[in-house]
Design a binder for this molecule. Structure first.
Ligand code: ZN
Length: 106
């Protein structure tokens, strides 16, 4: 479990999508339990929006923006976890096949 100081350092990387998987997962866990850091994330999003030149008519809903960002990061996290799991499975199957081959089964 990361603390608030660590979580705050992850806000910008999280928004930019450069936090990395482990940090993203830790950050998501943290903001679920920490309203202060969730607010900091909202602030970070506002700053980001202000810094980028979003057209005026695209008036944004902050709650939806933050929720959308979190959903996007969770999706990346899930996808990567599934891919990693598949990778492990393939390695495991290869090892089993190799051992069977060594023992003359196949
Ligand atoms: Zn916190």
């Amino acid at each position: 479990m990361i603390n608030c100081t660590e979580a705050k350092q992850l806000i910008n990387p999280f928004i930019e999508g450069t936090a990395g998987l482990v940090n993203t997962a830790a950050f998501l866990r943290h903001i679920r339990q920490c309203p202060q850091c969730y607010e900091e994330l909202e602030m970070g999003c506002i700053m980001k929006m202000a810094a980028s030149d979003t057209p005026e008519e695209e008036e944004y809903d902050l709650n939806r923006l933050v929720a959308g960002l979190i959903r996007k990061r969770k999706k990346t996290l899930t996808l990567t976890t599934i891919l990693a799991a598949c990778g492990i499975l393939i390695v495991a199957v290869s090892v089993v096949l190799f051992l069977l081959h060594l023992n003359g089964v196949i």
